[in-house]
Design a protein around this ligand. Structure first.
Ligand code: SF4
Length: 341
């Protein structure tokens, strides 16, 4: 996908989608820049109608990330988006028109050597599958595999697949089945996952389960939120599943009756201050609320901070190196994290 490898031994990449009108080139590019800074790897831009095509073409030439055109219903849009230089396109073969039109798209994509994602959502399965026997997950997989065979019969193999549902269990089952059925890279996502809170939980459970099984080559977290939050959640899921090891990981205790300081605002403050720090290393910083269990965890981290009522104890690579007044602890911790970047 442009400069980003997907599948095989390539790292699992993060995708998001712009959430401003495609016709507004400036706003779209600004959003792409912001998402790139948040470590988004690939951006998808909807091409909702023919009027959006000139703007889409401009966005592609200036975008710092590979741009995927998201197309529904109109093969003409797909053809023009490919001609404009899209790094890939996403279509639902069930709603793009006749087989002849679909073949035209495949031929053109083949000529310029770009991938196509076959993106099926449980809510948009073609009518002809509605009466089929089996679970929704099985029917989704059958419909995708029919498309895959059509693509292959047309000489097109540069395929990615997604089959999303807003039901986590159904999505996970469908991806497990498709993973058994073919070797193409899978784009993971829970569609219409919801608001920040519930969508994050659903995505973490669904995408996390699959990633832990080694399934998935690229992910998109869908939230009814600013896409910046989608990318942050995606990053955390990749970190938690061991797929993206670089970056700063904050470990903090849940607090309890032993907690010696007002720990929650302290941790939030640290989290805020490290936003935007860039590193190719994995740095673990622990912030713990007492001197009973805190030092143990703080010692395990690259940088640790454990509080007593009157002191903050700073640990570096297992050794206690400084005692500090609690009010000076956060700035000092930030300095020490910076030294490790
Ligand atoms: Fe409680 Fe200390 Fe454990 Fe934090 S580290 S939860 S304050 S015992």
């Amino acid at each position: 996908m442009g400069s980003v490898g997907i599948g095989g031994s390539h790292p699992v990449s993060i995708q998001s989608m712009t959430a401003v009108p495609t016709g507004d080139v400036r706003a779209t590019l600004d959003q792409i820049e912001t998402l790139k800074d948040e470590e988004c790897d690939i951006i998808r831009v909807a091409v909702p109608d023919r009027d959006s095509l000139p703007a889409f073409a401009k966005i592609i030439t200036k975008s710092p990330l590979p741009v995927v055109a998201d197309i529904h219903f109109d093969a003409y849009l797909a053809l023009r988006a490919i001609e404009s230089g899209a790094a890939g396109i996403r279509i639902n073969p069930g709603n793009i028109g006749s087989k002849k039109k679909l073949k035209e798209i495949l031929n053109l994509a083949n000529q310029v050597n770009i991938p196509i994602r076959i993106g099926v959502n449980s809510g948009s399965i073609e009518k002809k599958y509605w009466r089929e026997k089996g679970t929704k997950a099985e029917i989704m997989v059958r419909s995708v595999m029919d498309s895959v065979r059509f693509f292959e019969d047309s000489g097109f193999f540069n395929i990615k697949i997604s089959l999303k549902s807003s039901n986590v269990r159904e999505t996970v089952t469908a991806y497990r089945l498709i993973d058994q059925a073919c070797d193409y890279p899978l784009h993971l996502g829970i569609t219409e996952a919801g608001t920040f809170f519930s969508g994050t939980v659903k995505s973490a459970v669904g995408l996390g389960s699959l990633l832990m099984d080694g399934i998935g080559s690229t992910i998109r977290v869908s939230l009814t939120e600013d896409p910046v939050k989608e990318v942050r959640v995606a990053r955390e899921i990749l970190k938690a599943t061991g797929h993206r090891v670089k970056g700063i990981e904050i470990i903090s205790c849940p607090t309890c009756a032993r907690t010696s300081v007002d720990l929650i605002p302290i941790v939030k403050e640290v989290e805020k201050r490290i936003t935007g720090f860039k590193t190719d290393k994995r740095i673990v910083a622990a912030i713990m609320g007492c001197e009973v269990n805190g030092p143990g965890e703080a010692r395990e981290a690259d940088i640790g901070l454990a509080f007593s009522r009157s002191r903050g104890f700073i640990f570096k690579k297992g050794e206690m190196v400084e005692k500090i007044a609690p009010r000076d602890a956060v700035p000092r911790l930030i300095e020490l994290i910076k030294d490790l970047l």
